[in-house]
Design a protein around this ligand. Structure first.
Ligand code: GUN
Length: 292
């Protein structure tokens, strides 16, 4: 058996097309169009690429982009004052501070400053808190977890009662993904570097979400036959045959896992494009909160 490939790029394209049409319709009706502010601190090359992609996609869909690049050594006060300005700017509906931040800046403190109504990342403690409450809805669901859920539902719309292994407990991916799987009535097990018998937990899981940042951590024979496997890993492996001197691999041993899984997402072309599509979707949604 060879798994169905969950093509995140294609799925993201169709979501972006819908957003583009919705924004064009707003323009026709002379309604305000959404604006997204991105804040990049320092020179992390991966962050630069991610932010550039976010700006490029905003522009392509008709979302106004406001881009800020701050020096590596910017003070917390300066960054907070920019965020306050963006919170107060009526042309900006979404405020995104790219993570990770340099060590002297507390991510928690910075996130607290973003208005929850403009928190298109869904990472503000107010929204993160609401995500974990059974009868509440956050204003925004975080982007990568939303993309993961959409990818899973593209091959299995109802995951009620399924066991899910989430490997990684970060605030951006692992934890909120587990919350969202639970909201879909699946039963998540949150695994991390101290988890014992990870292989056994995976073998009992109908869904595996790998977000550990360890190349090929999830081996082919850990995958339950027919399971849905979502690979969130982006790991750079030295490869002298590539022009850049490296290639990108995920957290799953794809070549082996594809033989057992029912459906599997590739790296690249899986979760990455979906994260950006969900950010655009959140930015469009943010217009709803504009005058509320
Ligand atoms: N760094 C890696 N992923 C993300 C994300 O989804 N949002 C932000 N703000 N930073 C990130």
């Amino acid at each position: 058996m060879t798994a169905q490939i969950i093509d995140g790029k294609k799925l993201a394209e169709s979501i972006k097309e819908e957003i583009k049409n919705a924004i064009a319709e707003r323009e026709r009706q002379m309604l305000p169009i959404p604006g997204l502010a991105t804040v990049l601190v320092g020179n992390n090359p991966a962050s630069k690429t991610y932010v550039a992609n976010k700006i490029k996609t905003s522009d392509a869909l008709g979302i106004r982009s406001f881009s800020y690049e701050l020096d590596e050594n910017v003070s917390l006060e300066e960054l907070e004052s920019l965020i306050k300005e963006l919170n107060d700017n009526p042309d900006v509906q979404g405020v995104l501070v790219q993570l990770p931040l340099p060590e002297h800046l507390s991510e928690d403190k910075v996130m607290h400053n973003i208005s929850p109504k403009k928190d298109v990342d869904g990472l503000h403690p107010y929204n993160a808190g609401l995500l974990s409450r059974k009868y509440s809805e956050p204003l925004f669901y975080p982007c990568t977890p939303s993309g993961i859920i959409r990818m899973i539902q593209s091959v299995c719309p109802d995951i009620s009662g399924m066991n899910a292994a989430v490997i990684g407990r970060s605030s951006i991916v692992g934890m909120p993904t587990a919350m969202m799987l639970s909201r879909c009535n699946a039963t998540p097990t949150i695994c991390h570097s101290y988890t014992k018998h990870l292989d056994e937990i995976c073998r009992q899981s109908d869904i595996i979400v790998a977000a550990a940042g360890t190349p090929k951590l999830i081996q082919g024979d850990w995958v339950k036959p027919g399971a849905i496997v979502i690979d969130v890993g982006i790991n750079h492996i030295p490869d002298s045959t590539k022009p850049r001197g490296y290639r990108i691999v995920g957290d799953v041993d794809f070549d082996e896992a594809v033989k057992r899984a029912g459906a599997i997402s590739p790296v690249p072309g899986g979760v990455g494009p979906m994260t950006i599509a969900m950010l655009m979707s959140n930015t469009l949604k943010a217009i709803e909160y504009r005058e509320s």
